[in-house]
Design a binder for this molecule. Structure first.
Ligand code: NAD
Length: 495
């Protein structure tokens, strides 16, 4: 097990010491118990981490190592994550209350991410472009320097690996700011990076408030890129700061993803997929399928099955392997989910199931909420347009494919969508017409590190994952290599 020290040190430019900011507690959302005490980073810590990262970038030789040598360190990181996987999965469960089944998958995904970007790094090709003159032209990539990675609380270890692995593979240094309420996985990852032989200083982890630490990181002149995952409002704020610095950013933001159940869908598959799409991770998932459209002719029987399925989900102790839904992240977040449910009802919605805190001793101290389905709203209701980030599904019938597409696309978000149909042509037609970064057909919330991920519109900018995901952490450069034996004609004639 990872030792949860009474006061957790934080990692600043390769050194472990107490943060200079306020003392705060990390709580286990299932019981409200304190699982770790730590001092947030101070602004002085931010400065030290960035200056240290810049020095490590310039002096450690990491960026100059051959790609296969950097890859070797990343392969070791992947191996260490696997070696420590059970401890990491338990840590992540305590850190954010997700069921252990889920945190084991997240840890496995973090290891796979390092392995994948190690391979991407050692196989990344630079190109000789077609020459159009007396020169050879090449397109090559250079690391950027210090990258700031800012992550949310909902799947820490996976989101953090998704940024650390490609940024390090590309030869950069990374200053990582995890969400204030879930700092532990990031700190554990930093230890692993150092244990795997990453030169010290290349990774720092700065827990603390986003408006202080994240903001200072974003504004710092030595930070050359921000990779952000979190809410749309925060993302836009960071993008504005980045615009002044002319700094590239990537943004993985919120969503309100539609799921479409067509008349010819396999109903058992669709019910299971819709339940998983919205209620896994307690709905605290950017790609949660939170708006459901079901063909009117099958709406009533489908909703019967769905509501029964939702009511039967096992909400409870995250340490129990059978648990499907754990608590929400904090008491405040549960209150925000409750306010959204109330709002939906005020807007004219009807509660089909859920809409309350579960009762019983196991739930008394944690931030649990029942899987909730609300019907009777139109797509322009606030509950259908705003991200709840909790286990709340709004369900609506539809009459025609045309109206369906219009409503499904009518959102400021465009992160993901799901289609359930056995009609191949229809799946193709809808799959191409839906406006979203990811469309799942007859499945939902499946992920592959090999496949690009990101959102359109208010759901984000840029793409993570995929073999070329490493390129967002590199600057492209064109080299022209002259082959002319005579001076350039324009001035050469002067001599
Ligand atoms: P958030 O925007 O409040 O916080 C995200 C991170 O940004 C945290 O580390 C926070 O401390 C930091 N932050 C806050 N204010 C900042 C500022 N002014 N400057 C710099 N950093 C700042 O989001 P959250 O509540 O932690 O996470 C939930 C949101 O994340 C949801 O909207 C969800 O959809 C989104 N999300 C998106 C994806 C994706 O891949 N698209 C994945 C997971 C979560």
């Amino acid at each position: 097990m990872i030792d949860l020290d009474p006061i957790q040190p934080i990692c600043i430019a390769g050194q472990w010491h107490q943060g200079g900011g306020d003392l705060y507690h990390s709580l286990y959302p299932a019981t409200g118990e304190v699982i770790a005490r730590l001092h947030a980073a101070s602004l002085e810590d931010v400065e030290a981490a960035i200056v240290g990262a810049d020095r490590a970038f310039r002096e450690s030789g990491w960026a100059q190592r051959k790609p296969h040598e950097r890859a070797a360190v990343l392969y070791r990181i992947a191996a260490l994550i696997r070696e420590r996987s059970e401890a990491l999965a338990q840590l992540q469960r305590l850190d954010n209350g997700k069921p252990i089944r889920e945190t084991r998958n997240l840890v496995a995904s973090a290891a796979a991410t390092f392995q994948f970007f190690a391979a991407a790094c050692e196989t990344l090709e630079e190109t000789i472009t077609p020459s159009r003159g007396d020169f050879v032209t090449l397109s090559v990539y250079e690391p950027m320097g210090v990258v700031a990675a800012i992550t949310p609380w909902n799947s820490p270890i996976a989101s953090e690996a998704q940024k650390l692995a490609p940024a390090l593979a590309a030869g950069n240094a990374v200053v990582l700011k995890p969400a204030e309420v879930t700092p532990l996985a990031a700190l554990a990852l930093a230890r692993i990076c150092i244990d795997a032989g990453l030169p010290p200083g290349l990774v720092s982890v700065l827990p603390g408030k986003g408006s202080v630490i994240g903001d200072a990181l974003t504004r710092h002149p030595l930070v050359k890129r921000v990779s952000f995952t979190g809410g749309t409002r925060t993302g836009k704020h960071i993008a504005r700061i980045a615009a002044d610095k002319m700094m590239p950013v990537s943004m993985e933001l919120g969503g309100k993803s539609p799921t479409l159940v067509l008349a010819d869908a396999d109903l058992d598959h669709a019910v299971a997929g819709v339940l998983y799409g919205i209620f896994s991770s307690s709905g605290e998932s950017c790609i949660a399928g939170s708006r459901l459209f079901v063909t009117r002719e099958h709406y009533a029987p489908f909703m019967e099955l769905l509501a029964a399925g939702a009511a039967a989900l096992r909400v409870g102790d995250p340490a129990d392997e059978r648990t499907q839904m754990g608590p929400l992240i904090t008491a405040q977040h549960r209150e925000s989910v409750e306010r959204y449910v109330e709002l939906g009802l005020q807007e004219g919605g009807r509660l089909r199931t859920g809409g309350r805190r579960p009762q019983g001793e196991v739930f008394d101290r944690g931030y649990f909420y029942t899987p909730t389905i609300i019907e009777g709203l139109s797509n322009d209701a606030r509950l259908c347009q705003e991200e709840v980030f909790g286990p709340v599904l709004v369900a609506m019938p539809f009459d025609s494919e045309e109206a369906l597409l219009e409503e499904a696309n009518a959102s400021c978000y465009a992160l993901a969508a799901g289609i359930w149909t056995r009609d191949f042509q229809r799946a193709w037609r809808l799959g191409r017409a839906l406006q979203a970064g990811t469309v799942w057909i007859n499945t939902y919330k499946q992920f592959s590190i090999a496949t690009p991920f990101g959102g359109w519109r208010d759901s984000g900018l840029g793409r993570e994952k995929g073999r070329l995901g490493i390129l967002q952490y590199m600057e492209q450069k064109s080299l022209y290599w002259g082959l002319n034996e005579q001076p350039l004609a324009w001035a050469g004639g002067q001599r």
